[in-house]
Design a binder for this molecule. Structure first.
Ligand SMILES: [Mg+2]
Length: 260
């Protein structure tokens, strides 16, 4: 549990750097400190329906300059590119997700694909569901970007990728062969690859034990739990408290870095 030697901070967003779109007062000073000291940071999201650019615009709107955003869609494209070279993919997902795959020169084929990728499809139609289910029945490799059952929205929780995974399981009996996004450590492995650094040089900062912190521990990154979001200190099992860094908010990390 040593902050010394950390070269990259991977930051969860909601509950960590902002709450409901309102940036915490300590976020910009903390990011400024990292920048001054040559420590990189990247923002992480499981949501594969939007593009990194959408999130960059959102973060810029909050006052963060030149933010870098890594989505589960990008992590999945990187994973597919490496593990299924020259294979064509049918994507159950938004146009944004398809663009991410095209950016990595991955061939898209809706009719006769070699493998199947499921993302959070906010543009799903019955025709798309029908086609994807029929492909699943052929036994093709099946990868999902992330497992979240619901996505928070202003009006309440709405079905996310995990709900579509459940729909396809009900119909075809199949579950994804592999899921890339949080809490799966693959998400962090892909970031380590993208930045050409060792996983031990990454700190994962987030407010959820069962996604952010679980992923950090399983991947071998430095887990930092912030209590500024949905987790209270009472929620943290006694044993776990010794294994992770816990801060009230990310502003406290600056002091810990100075002391390290
Ligand atoms: Mg969060």
């Amino acid at each position: 549990m040593d902050l010394k030697g950390i070269k990259l901070f991977v930051m969860d967003m909601d509950g960590t750097i902002h709450i409901g779109g309102e940036l915490f007062e300590w976020t910009l000073p903390f990011l400024g400190y990292l920048k001054e000291n040559g420590i990189k940071y990247v923002f992480l999201t499981n949501n594969s329906s939007k593009s990194a650019k959408d999130y960059q615009n959102m973060l810029e709107g909050m006052g963060i300059e030149n933010p870098v955003v890594f989505t589960s869609g990008e992590a999945t494209a990187r994973y597919v590119k490496r593990n299924f070279p020259n294979k064509s993919v049918c994507i159950f997902g938004t146009e944004n997700l398809i663009y991410v795959f095209k950016d990595f020169d991955i061939k898209i084929d809706k009719e006769n694909p070699n493998l199947l990728v499921l993302g959070y499809d906010t543009t799903a139609t019955y025709e798309k569901i029908r086609k994807f289910a029929l492909h699943l029945r052929k036994g093709l490799p099946y990868i999902a970007t992330h497992p979240d059952i619901n996505c928070p929205s202003k009006e309440g929780l709405i079905p996310d990728a995990g709900s579509f995974i459940a729909l396809f399981e009900k119909s075809t009996g199949r579950t994804p062969d592999f899921i890339v996004g949080k809490p799966n450590p693959q998400m962090l492995y892909e970031i380590a690859q993208a930045y050409s650094i060792d996983i031990s040089e990454i700190a994962m900062v987030g407010d959820r034990l069962y996604t952010d912190i679980k992923m950090a521990i399983d991947a071998g990154a430095l887990p930092i739990l912030t209590l500024s979001g949905e987790t209270n200190i009472e929620d943290v099992p006694e044993k776990l408290r010794e294994r992770i860094i816990i801060v009230e908010n990310i502003g406290e990390i600056t002091k810990k870095l100075l002391d390290s």
